[in-house]
Design a protein around this ligand. Sequence first.
Ligand SMILES: Cc1ncc(COP(=O)(O)O)c(C=O)c1O
Length: 418
Amino acid sequence: MSVANGFHRAPDGLHCEGVRLAEIARQAGTPAYVYSLDVIDRQLARMAKAFEGINIRPCYAAKANNNADILRLIAGRDDLPWGIDAVSKGELMAGLAAGFKPAAMIFSGVGKQAHELEFAISHDIVLNVESLFELEDIVAIAKNLGRRARIGFRFNPDVDAGTHPKITTGTKRNKFGLPMLALDELLNRIKQESRAVGLCGVSTHIGSQICDLDAWGDSARQLVALAGKLIENHNQDLEFIDFGGGFPVRYDGDRDPPAIEAFAGIIRIALEGATVDAIKKLLVVIEPGRWVVGESGGLLTRVIGVKDRFIVVDASMTELIRPALYDARHEILFDLDADHAKVATRSAIEYDIVGPVCESSDVLARDIVPGFEPKKNQLAVILQAGAYGFSMASTYNLRPLPPEIVVRGSTFNSCPKP
Ligand SMILES: Cc1ncc(COP(=O)(O)O)c(C=O)c1O
């Protein structure tokens, strides 16, 4: 089971690709993140096939997972011209260090600070503008630097993506982007300051883990209409149209989410339906994060002890906050090597898997049936943890950040215990 995400059971216990998780735990300690590079390769190849024939630049949303090996892997692909979608100077710098070219980078976010704008403008990185005050900051900084900033209009289409409220970003109740109403003022200012700023694209992003294709299609069609209006009515020389991210992966108990090919199909249809011919020549940008890395990662943990219906493990909400924050359900595999399997007592008991952190919300999984009585020191891996796992980790309770282990075939890089 679960070979799809790189983790599987073998007679000698759980493996990630060709590596025993027990060996990783021995060398790196627990809790530890473990990533399968094969799974990411497979996703990247599938992405290239799904978008065949479209003039596309996927900009990987680095917030999902900013591990340097993973960023280098994506930057090194030659089947698609991958770029980065970043939301901080830190992510921009991580992208540059991994080998992404500034021309393939996009900087999004509602609160870009002056030093971050300065960095992006001096590297000629496109800024997705999310407010009129930000446009003023960009103009002032570009003038100061004697440069012309390249910007995209991040459009908020007021579409409810039907996903978890905490990962919905495209309604007017969300802080992200600008409504259509702001367009005229934005264009006026760009015209007045045309030596300091130029509009080169439009973008949107309505949320993450989107399973409602109609909502995503609605936002895509609105974006195409906006691009058409800018080209035809406002004479704007656009270079790109950025449909955002939100492509889902399957978490525990979910039905199969829409496939990446379905999203590619929506883009194809939206572009074919465009009444303005110039739109068909634009560079198509997408911003996938979770879909690229979500299935590749597992959080390796060890049972500290069992009391009543609680399995207390050494991982917690500080390593993986998704269950506490979004009620996310992650699949969990317990290690059961051949010796243990012989003596393990069958059991139908439901357990909650909890961590050591001093919060009642520190529950990693609820009502899990491992099928046997778990025991002290047993290893387990929490799956689908490659996206928004380590990148959202904290040091709450003064807990150290976990090591990240990258697996390729039968080898892995072993980080020192933090
Ligand atoms: C602007 C932007 N683009 C892309 C993404 C990536 O989303 P996902 O990981 O769901 O593809 C996000 C995630 O929050 C985002 O805010």
